[in-house]
Design a protein around this ligand. Sequence first.
Ligand code: FES
Length: 162
Amino acid sequence: QRRAYHEKVLDHYNNPRNVGSMKKGDQDVGTGLVGAPACGDVMKLQIRVNKDSGRIDDVVFKTFGCGSAIASSSYLTELVRGMTLDEAGLVKNTDVAKELCLPPVKLHCSMLAEDAIKSAISDYYTKNPKSKSTDLSGTGAAIPDMKVEIEQTATGSPAAAI
Ligand code: FES
């Protein structure tokens, strides 16, 4: 029996916020690319950090995965925009799962979003070590060689998203 998605998931799935890509090499960009080993879904999240304020000025994602993963990443971009890196590093998958009313079997989809933002922050700090104030290491498995594939296949639009 198929479980229907909650309307909040469908809303993000049908109208994903902040789908896009940034230049990975830019000094002010942090890139998180993580995968869920169990299902093979992949999420790329990128943040652009304002050096002066230390806040996330812009954030985009591309997710190749299930509806809950797309919704989790879409919601996360709304959540962390404007946050400091310290604040964004404290965002938990349960914050995302609660907002989207994810059922227990879909919790790992929101975990992907938590992994992705942590990984993006970690990448930013690797590039800009002087701006680091706390120790945050990404927990997601880094899979750089999937980059080409995700950029070709994942647009975040419903047609290409599942
Ligand atoms: Fe794996 Fe959703 S089923 S991320």
